[in-house]
Every structure is written in C-alpha cells, then in structure tokens.
Design a protein around this ligand. Structure first.
Ligand SMILES: *Cc1c(COP(=O)(O)O)cnc(C)c1O
Length: 462
C-alpha cells in the first residue's frame, strides 16, 4: 500500500524520455501478416504498384516486416512535442468508485484539438508526402476525427488536404466539418458527383447517406486522378499501426519508470490502429518470450469483425478499387444497423491484429452500445474526462475486468487505451440520456449477406 502511494495520478515522461523510434511489431512475428494483393492479378502488391496511391516512404514502411525500429524524423518529433507525451493516468477515482482491488491505468490520447490518437499518424503521413514534394493528400473520414487530425497536420506543413466525409456525418456533425475547414481542408460529402465511383454509387443507391468504404473509394480515385496527390488512410494499414506504436512505447516507458507491469491491456478496435499501437511493445515482449500479458480487443456487437467475421482476403472499400487485404472481415458491403452510434464501424481489421488474433496472442470481445454508454457515463462522472464512444468500449471491458477482480480479490493491473474525447458525439449521448438508445446485434443471416461479397478465388473460401 505504501508503495502504491508513490504512484502519481498522472505519469508523464520528460521530453528526453520520449521514444525516438516507432516499433514495428511485425519484425517479431513468426507468422507475418499476409501481404496486400493486387485485385487484378492476385499477386502481392509491389512497391511500384503501391507508389501511385501512397507516397514512397509510406510504401516502404507498409511493405517492411523485418525492420524492428524506424527512427521518428526530427520534424515529426517536434510536432509530437506540442501535444505529447500523453498522460498515463492512474484511475484512482474509478477504482474507488468500483471498490476494486484492481489497479487501473489509462493512456489518454484526447489532449489535442482533433481529440484523438489519429494525429500521431496524420503528422507522419503528411510529413512524408511533403518531403516527397507532393502538393496534397486525399482521404476519407467517417465521424470526422481522422479528417480533423489530417487537416491539422496538413495545415502545419502547408499541404493541400481533400477530405471525403461520409454524407450522414457531414450533415449530422457540422462542427467537425467546420474544424476541418478552419484548418484549411476541402470537405466533400460522400458519395459525391466529383468522382466516377461516387457517381456510380449514387446511381445504384440514390439517397444513400454513404459509408466509410464508399468514401475510401472516392478518396483513392481523387488521389490517382490529380497530379501531385497521394491517398492517406487513418487506420487499418500496417504503416498506421507503426506510427501509433508511440502510444504503447510511451505507456511502457512510463510504467517501467515506476516498475508497473500490466496483467492485461485493453483497447477498442475499429480498424485496429490504436489497439495495435498500444499493445505493440508489450506484444513484442510476448512474442519474444520475455513477458506475458493478456491483450483484449473490444468491438461493437453491431460490427463484430473479429468475433464473428471470417479471416480471408477481402476488399478494403465498397467501390473495390483498393488492394485486397487478408483480415477478419464482415464483407466490404457490410453496414452496421442505422441505430449504431458508437463508431468503430469498419468492416475489416488490421492484418497485423488479425494474424495475432488468429495465432491466439490476443482475445476479442464484443459489447452492446447501451452498456458502452453506461460505462462512458460512469467513467465521466468519476474521472472527469468525457470519453469518445469508441474509447468507451475499452472502458466498459476495463470496468468488467475490475469488477471480476472485486469478486476474486485479485489485485490485477489493467491498462486501457482512452483514445479520445466525445464532445462531437453529444447527439449519441443525448439518445442514451433520453433512454432512446437500443442495441442491435446482426443475425447470422445478415452477416452471411455481407460475407457473400468476399472475393472468391482458390484458397480464399469462407
Ligand atoms: C478512429 C477512432 C478509433 C478507432 O480506430 P482504430 O484504428 O481502431 O484505433 C477509436 N477511438 C477514437 C477516439 C477514434 O477517433
């Protein structure tokens, strides 16, 4: 007990203790994640094929599964210093509220204007685009966090930023849109008539309010159609996981400083970038046989790619213009039920996390959204921070695990990722507060419809 008293509410790193390299967990994986495939030839995507879409250095990072450490360029470290290190918080107040013997820590990534961890990769991707002498980048955004992060990074570096925003979010989240425009981004509701694929989708599904997969197709087309532009993506890709390893490296350095070893590490999983980044250095130890941890991915019951999806090659986008990725997927045509409010709505999962999960190094659970908002509210009331609905998936399972410790009397140490703040999600909170939020779990038949869209070729049977 006296030992514990020494652990402050917030553990910060000094500037000179900040990581100077990102860690590539693939280097320590025996079973490497499967390569991206060219959808036409079904051969692994080459550097030459990839460089028309992504900038060169990011193609190299995407393809490299053997280099363990990538030095973080000075310019990016400078930018990181504006909002990092992010605090590692000991949730003393939550522990007390729960009356649990568990020790709960969270790594809080919401302390920047974009409100989430996405800025960690946005600045890296914008930096490499700038360094290559490009004019600008295109991307998609769903709820708007990624688009906001990218517009901040582009504004800092003087790059043009074109964002395709899922139409229903564009209409429902005008404040997000205006933050992006304030940072100089050009925001187009998707599907739009500015791209061929957008026009095709609009013709096929008039009145559609869009989806992430559809906005990706438009952003990729916009990048390839304009001279001096490349496409950037906020999650799923292995390069994004690499940049997000800053979260785990900082968390581990802060814990090491006080001799704290987590028993379990919990994170929400949409495309897998924050969870992958948070667990990377700990997973590295597990893969090398140096330490053992439990890793738990938390996903919404309404979009359960790990817990109910299939591990196969699938399209990354609705328009099927992107390479094929081997991942746990619900099918690129899958769309969560309209009542789903908690984000994390991507149909697939990072190929790195998919492989680690398939190899049994990581667990996954799905949770229903009313229980997520209940946990969010409980957390906000004792810890002060208003969490993003996405982050609250991790809170929910951290609380569940802490309550299990209360029953068994075990003093487990729990670390979870608090990826962001929820100020732009108040419509969803409102629905919860009014008792109008419901849960929806897709039936097996509904999931089968999405999975029927998975490409069929030898070795890729469901
Ligand atoms: C985008 C986002 C997520 C989910 O994305 P991952 O790539 O799975 O990390 C989680 N939390 C917040 C706050 C986000 O903005």
């Amino acid at each position: 007990m006296s030992d514990e008293k020494k652990i402050p509410y917030k553990i910060y790193l000094e500037e000179n203790e900040m990581p100077d390299s990102w860690y590539n967990v693939r280097a320590d994986m025996k079973n490497k994640p499967a390569p991206l495939l060219n959808p036409g030839t079904l051969n692994p995507l080459t550097f030459e094929e990839m460089r028309g879409i992504f900038c060169d250095e990011l193609c190299r990072q995407e393809l490299d599964d053997t280099t363990a450490y990538f030095e973080i360029p000075e310019e990016i470290r400078k930018f990181y210093k504006m909002y990092r290190p992010s605090p590692l918080v000991r949730a003393y107040c939550l522990e007390e509220k729960l009356q649990t013997p568990a020790k709960i820590y969270y790594k809080f990534e919401g302390n920047n204007t974009s409100g989430s961890h996405k800025l960690n990769s946005a600045i890296a991707q914008a930096y490499y685009a700038k360094k290559q002498g490009l004019k600008g980048v295109t991307t998609e955004t769903g709820a708007g966090q990624w688009g906001t992060a990218l517009s901040m990074a582009c504004a800092y570096l003087g790059l043009d930023c074109q964002v395709y925003m899922v139409k229903c979010s564009y209409e429902q989240k005008p404040f997000r849109r205006e933050v992006m425009r304030t940072y100089g981004a050009n925001v187009t509701p998707s599907p739009s008539d500015t791209t061929e694929v957008g026009r095709k989708i609009l013709k096929e599904f008039p009145g559609t309010t869009g989806s992430l997969g559809c906005a990706i197709s438009e952003a990729v087309e916009a990048a390839t159609a304009q001279e001096g532009y490349r496409y950037v993506l906020g999650s799923v890709l292995t390069q994004v996981l690499l940049h997000q390893s800053i979260i785990g490296l900082e968390a581990k350095a802060a814990m090491d400083k006080y001799g704290i070893k987590p028993d379990m590490i919990i994170g929400c999983a949409g495309g897998g970038s924050n969870l992958g980044g948070l667990i990377s250095p700990f997973m590295g130890e597990k893969l090398r046989g140096e330490a053992d941890y439990r890793f738990i991915a938390v996903e919404p019951a309404s979009c359960p790619s790990l817990t109910r999806g299939k591990y196969v090659y699938d399209f990354c986008d609705t328009g099927k213009v992107c390479p094929l990725a081997k991942m746990y997927t619900l099918g690129s045509g899958f769309m969560p039920a309209p009542n789903h409010a908690g984000g994390l709505r991507y149909h697939g999962m990072s190929s790195v996390l998919s492989q680690l999960y398939d190899d049994g190094y990581m667990e996954a659970v799905s949770v229903e959204q009313t229980s997520v908002f209940k946990a969010a509210q409980e957390f906000a009331r004792v810890e002060g921070i208003l969490p993003a609905p996405e982050s609250s998936h991790a809170i929910k399972v951290a609380i569940d695990e802490a309550l299990k410790c209360k029953e068994t009397g075990e003093e487990k140490t729990i670390l979870f990722g608090l990826t962001g703040t929820g100020y732009f999600d108040m419509v969803a909170y409102g629905r919860y507060n009014d008792g109008e939020m419901s849960d929806y779990i897709p039936t097996d038949e509904e999931l089968a419809k999405g999975l029927a869209g998975v490409p069929k070729f030898p070795g890729n049977e469901i």
